[in-house]
Design a protein around this ligand. Structure first.
Ligand code: CA
Length: 291
């Protein structure tokens, strides 16, 4: 680490799902409970809010302009000028008590996003792939809280977090077909370090994991399973991280204040804040939806 952690904003209930639009140097992020998309411009330090009217789990930029969001009721295009939502599809329209959670695009522009039950109890969630032709495919079943997704720099390995497992699992990833295979565990989160939530990867092939309930973002070598580093965050519920900045060497970190009592909020007044730290390592870019 070669920088200090700074809080850039504190406006969210459950800040989450950060992604970086490298063409426009903008950070897209969301507030799940606030049902909002946020777009932060580091150059002007202005944060724009778009109300989406439903729980939101993820936002990714779209190659042809605008964005794609995964909402409580499915996938939608979001026009960032008119703020209009256009429904694409809902693979779980038979499961009103599930909502979409975290998601990310692969290098070919497929949008992978997973679901979870609102009560976080049973493994009724799945990981889906929104193909560039707008069809949807299920990749993983029996998920409780579908969360972080990341790829190795050569795109041959996909990393995946179901928070309840307290693990990061890896799959072989076939970039031509988008198929996954050979599931194995590469990282086990230690006891008393919270649950793994959002995740990103860097140009050295290492993975960065946000700890919900663990006051940190940790950096791991997925080839040895060893922890390399940690960034202490002054908030218990650390939810996601993504590389941004013009050199892709700044880590943006989202946090949450959902469920904290008045006393707990006094101890962590920055809960819900959006943080940034220059880490001196180049991250993997945020890929855009190609459909
Ligand atoms: Ca999450």
């Amino acid at each position: 680490m070669n920088g200090n952690l700074e809080m850039v904003l504190n406006v969210a209930i459950v800040g989450e799902g950060a992604s970086w639009d490298e063409d426009n140097d903008l950070l897209y992020w969301i507030d799940i409970d606030g049902k909002k998309v946020h777009i932060y411009n580091p150059a002007t330090k202005k944060d724009r809010e778009i109300d989406v009217g439903q729980y939101i789990g993820a936002i990714v930029p779209r190659k042809s302009g605008g964005a794609v969001v995964a909402l409580h009721n499915g996938f939608y295009f979001l026009d960032l000028e008119s703020e209009k939502l256009t429904f694409i599809c809902d693979p779980e329209n038979d499961k009103p008590n599930n909502r979409f959670n975290d998601g990310k695009c692969d290098v070919r522009g497929r949008f992978l996003a997973g679901t979870m039950p609102l009560d976080e109890k049973d493994p009724t969630g799945s990981l889906y792939c929104l193909e560039v032709d707008h069809s949807v495919r299920k990749l993983i079943s029996d998920v409780t809280i579908s969360n972080g997704i990341a790829w190795s720099p050569d795109n041959k390995i996909m990393y995946y977090i179901d928070t309840r497992t307290k693990r990061v699992d890896a799959f072989d990833y076939d970039v031509e077909s988008g198929n996954i295979s050979k599931r194995r565990t590469v990282v086990k989160i230690p006891e008393n370090a919270g649950g793994p939530d959002g995740m990103t990867s860097d140009s050295e092939g290492m993975i960065w994991v946000a700890h919900w309930g663990g006051w940190q973002v940790s950096r791991w070598d997925p080839y040895t399973g060893k922890q390399i580093d940690a960034i202490h965050v002054p908030v218990e519920r650390v939810s996601s991280c993504v590389f941004g900045g013009v050199n892709l060497d700044e880590l943006y970190i989202t946090t949450a204040r959902r469920g904290l009592s008045k006393d707990e909020l006094k101890k962590q007044p920055d809960a819900g804040g959006l943080f940034r730290i220059k880490v001196g390592i180049k991250g993997m870019p945020t890929y855009k939806y190609a459909g």
